[in-house]
Design a protein around this ligand. Structure first.
Ligand code: NAD
Ligand code: UDP
Length: 330
């Protein structure tokens, strides 16, 4: 089976490419390097011992993407490509709507044209907005708190309409919780091109001395220690979830939470990171970040029951592997 992986050089995409290659899938990767680097290709090759075709193109460029479909018979697509910075999406909403929506529309048009109506889509727990009940199940109400989240919600709606219009489509929507950590080789990891927004890449910059201090966005939430609580999942567990999702692409439209079901606070993450890596992470408490919620964690039982998905790695593994990636790339 040949899988088209859009955004395949990015953080989650690169780990998923490794899983796919290690499980004998053929892959074709498309990425415009807006948030990734060409060196990721060599590193995927080193980890897997396998090569794959790569196209440096924008998924929104229909002619360029069509050439990929002409060059390769694609059986299924996994669509990672998109922008993901919540804060930037508030400042530049049109940039987010354009890239995230248009890339999905163009990809689906070509999947349709080339009669390959099978898609795994990267959605996010952000589509649940401010949860009324925890843990979150897939049928919880959807409601977003920022433009990035709204792009994911609109795309989910668009994919549902597409499926209703033509039930030959087979679509799996994966709602990721908070992926952190890195491949055990230390060759690939979360390596954003600009100053990070997410907690773990920011911790890594502070621990390595590239940035002076971590700002904790609020310590007055209604949580165990006042800091925000999230469901952190090892990126390799998340990547494996995509392989399981491919097995579901026979027909139908499915939604799955990919999380561990465990909530950790920002201070839990800092303390675990410091303990397992024997390195200090200086921090200060600052104002809450606009649009943030107190707590968010998954009920992962639907993915467990229907996909056989279970996150295997614990918080210590996540913190150790994230730091290993930094050390190996110094
Ligand atoms: P990432 O930025 O590391 O990877 C995305 C990749 O897509 C990058 O390599 C980027 O260069 C590429 N890209 C972006 N727009 C493109 C375009 N128009 N054409 C071609 N390539 C393009 O992000 P990630 O963390 O790997 O996330 C992958 C997907 O998962 C995204 O859709 C993101 O919204 C979603 N997601 C991520 C998280 C998270 O915390 N990392 C959580 C929930 C959902
Ligand atoms: N966070 C923080 N400082 C940072 C980045 C994040 O305190 O520099 C907190 C944030 O408020 C949230 C948690 O860490 O409680 C996870 O944030 P992230 O942006 O990684 O994920 P998301 O908010 O999208 O779940």
């Amino acid at each position: 089976m040949r899988v088209l992986v859009t955004g395949g050089l990015g953080y989650i995409g690169s780990h998923t490419c490794v899983e796919l290659l290690n499980n004998d899938y053929e892959i074709v990767v498309v990425d415009n390097l807006v948030n990734s680097k060409m060196t990721v290709i060599d590193n995927i090759n080193k980890i897997t011992g396998k090569n794959f075709p790569f196209y440096n193109i924008d998924v929104c460029d229909k002619d360029a993407l069509e050439q990929v479909f002409k060059n390769h018979k694609i059986d299924v697509a996994i669509h990672f490509a998109g922008y993901k910075a919540v804060g930037e999406s508030v400042e530049k909403p049109l940039k987010y709507y354009e890239n995230n929506l248009l890339s999905t529309i163009v990809l689906c048009e070509l999947l349709n044209k080339y009669n390959c109506k099978k898609l795994v889509f990267s959605s996010s727990a952000t589509v649940y907005g401010k949860p009324k009940v925890l843990p979150l199940t897939e049928d919880c109400p959807l409601n977003t708190t920022n433009p990035y989240g709204t792009t994911k919600l609109i795309i989910e709606g668009m994919l549902k309409d597409l499926y209703i219009s033509d039930q030959n489509w087979s679509i799996v929507i994966l709602r990721y919780f908070n992926p952190i950590g890195a491949h055990k080789s230390g060759l690939i990891g979360d390596d954003p091109n600009n100053t990070p927004n997410n907690l773990m890449p920011y911790i890594l910059k502070v621990a390595s001395g590239e940035l002076p201090v971590l700002s904790i966005f609020g310590a007055d939430y209604d949580t165990s220690d006042g800091t925000g609580v999230r469901d952190y999942i090892h990126v390799c567990d998340l990547a494996y979830g995509h392989l399981l999702a491919l097995n579901k692409l026979n027909s139908g439209l499915y939604y799955y939470n990919l999380g561990t079901g465990i909530g950790y606070s920002v201070l839990d993450i800092i303390h675990t990171f410091e303990k397992v890596n024997q390195v200090k992470v200086p921090y200060k408490i600052v104002e809450r970040r606009a649009g943030d919620i107190a707590s968010c964690y998954a009920n992962p039982s639907k993915a467990s029951k229907e996909l056989g998905f279970k996150a295997e790695k614990n918080l210590e593994d996540m913190c150790k592997s994230a730091w290993n990636f930094v050390i190996k790339n110094r």
